[in-house]
Design a protein around this ligand. Structure first.
Ligand code: FES
Length: 144
């Protein structure tokens, strides 16, 4: 492992052990939950919009799963706060994967993208924002 990978692993473990944005938002404006059927791990995401009904004022998640899925979702909550629903709906998955920072196998990729998929579905349900085509790669995630 080179020193950059080691540093990213530290960051991932820190997010896993001390998740940011952990919890639920009562009466959330947008919400969805999803499961990775390969392992049964779950993430639920809650979003509160600001007075303009568009800016993500608060976002929280609860979940159960591997370090990558939970850490990536924790990183995601930090990345999207203050951004608009429309912008986040088209957020490229590479932006999150860059944040995660380590090379991922296809199976681990599904772990890392679980939270982002759930968030996009939550925004889609609440705002009608489109689900991007790149989602084709993570078809197996069961999100509702
Ligand atoms: Fe289940 Fe990672 S092993 S989401």
């Amino acid at each position: 492992m080179n020193e950059f990978d080691a540093m990213y692993r530290e960051v991932i473990l820190d997010h896993y052990k001390n998740p940011r944005g952990h919890g639920e938002i009562e009466d959330a404006d947008a919400q969805a939950e999803g499961q990775n059927p390969l392992c049964g791990d779950e993430v639920a995401i809650y979003v509160e919009f600001g007075p303009d009904g568009e800016t993500i004022e608060d976002v929280k998640f609860r979940g159960r799963g591997c370090a990558i899925s939970q850490a990536a979702t924790s990183m995601l909550t930090e990345m999207v706060k203050g951004r608009s629903a429309t912008e986040v709906a088209s957020l490229p998955r590479d932006e999150l994967l860059d944040e995660v920072g380590i090379p991922l196998t296809p199976i681990r990729l599904k772990c890392a993208l679980l939270g982002l998929g759930v968030l996009k579905v939550a925004l889609h349900k609440a705002k009608g924002t489109p689900l991007p085509e790149e989602w084709a790669g993570v078809d197996e995630l069961q999100i509702s």
